[in-house]
Write a protein that binds this ligand. Structure first.
Ligand code: GAR
Length: 205
């Protein structure tokens, strides 16, 4: 059984590219049915086009957060979406959206949560002086960069690192991590117990 996936993005869409590559090469037990973006020039829309995947810009102008999210839900439901995947989506989802898709929305964040939530996790890691950072795929709850953790991949911080070199290495790790985490999540069907996931197929990561 293939899971129907909807992707929501604000940005470049590189994670989407790797998810679509995994799908097309049969490494994902899911199919991206639709891509939605809140920015007309989001790279994700172009990348979706390259893979002949339906994609829509949804203009947030003049809409409350909940009104906007109801529009997203209508489009996702029209495609029968069962799992929502955020890739660099910079709007905060309304509690309405989170309730509607409870435990069925994944996000990727460029740090080992709970460290360095929010914006520019790369500068936060360098400023703090950590020796390891990384990337986290987690379930989205009502709080930002906060829900139960699905998968983490560590990345070493080098003495020579600049913001851009660290960012490039973390993002390379993300391109491997996100398709793998989505596959694990679909196949493992974890049960959420508080902050912990109980995997039906044993320990993951
Ligand atoms: C990714 O690095 C992702 O971790 C980050 O945005 C980038 C999107 O890149 N997300 C966050 O910081 C969310 N808190 P992409 O558009 O090329 O996939």
């Amino acid at each position: 059984m293939t899971t129907t996936i909807g992707v929501i993005s604000s940005g470049r869409g590189e994670n989407l590219r790797y998810i679509l590559q995994a799908e097309r090469s049969g490494r994902l037990p899911g199919r991206v049915a639709v891509v939605l973006a809140d920015q007309a020039d989001a790279g994700a829309l172009r990348i979706a086009g390259e893979y002949a995947t339906p994609a829509h810009f949804i203009d947030p102008a003049g809409l409350s957060r909940e009104e906007y999210d109801k529009k997203l839900i209508a489009l996702l439901e029209a495609e029968g979406v069962e799992l929502v995947v955020l890739t660099g989506y910079m709007r905060i989802l309304s509690p309405y959206f989170v309730r509607h898709y409870r435990d069925r929305v994944l996000n990727i964040h460029p740090a080992l949560l709970p460290s360095f939530r929010g914006k520019d996790a790369f500068s936060q890691a360098l400023d703090y002086g950590v020796r390891w950072t990384g990337t986290t795929v987690h379930i989205v709850d009502e709080d930002v960069d906060h829900g139960p953790i699905v998968y983490q991949r560590p990345v070493r911080v080098l003495e020579s690192d600049t913001h851009d070199s660290l960012k490039a290495r973390i993002q390379r790790a993300e391109y491997k991590a996100y398709p793998r985490a989505i596959k694990m999540f679909i196949e493992g069907k974890p049960i959420v117990q508080g902050r912990t996931l109980v995997w039906r197929t044993g320990e993951k990561n």
